[in-house]
Design a protein. Sequence first.
Length: 224
Amino acid sequence: MPLFRWGMALAENNGPASGTAALATVTSLPNLDERALVSEAQAGNRLAFEELVRRYDRDVLRLALNLMKRPEDARDVYQEAFLKVYKNMHRFRFECSFYTWLYRIVTNVCLDHLRRRQARPEDQAPEVHPNRMEEGQRDFFDHQKEHRPTLDPERTLLGKEIQSRIARAMERLSPRERVVFEMKHYQGLKLRAIGDALGTTEETVKNSLFRATRKLRGELGGLR
């Protein structure tokens, strides 16, 4: 995602930075720690906010892509999430790390998008990576990727059917269950970290993960 688009948008809101001061800021900002950089951004330093975007944009886009599956949806989440961060910088009180706060905003934006997608049945066909299913199904999917589907048309057809079943199974999860499942098994996050990102308790996350896993096992129980 090109950072210059953020620079142009913020310049329209804040006006250009002054010459000497801007040069000094540009050269020193990458050396600031997170807290100092956030403080600068909260004080209205546009370049400091751009540095925060530069520092975390890959993580945000990766998270959005992992949760949304579609590049176009991930780009929408990326833009919306950073706009929310920009507009709400003054609300950040250093009660957690900035990264955790940012993660929370991104996951909430993803949840909103997933809820809207769930309300549109014709739009429920996300890209699925079957070899990254949850731990209880690893043996099956690991076995699948040992074969070369281009040499076996029947297996290629079977693989497409399996992907379709997985996609349908994932869509049967609630948006929160899906996000929790994705963050645990695809992102590799611990339950406490997921709770921090979603602004909820570790116990609530554990319950959501349990429900998601039970639903998926029920839907995919016939796969061997």
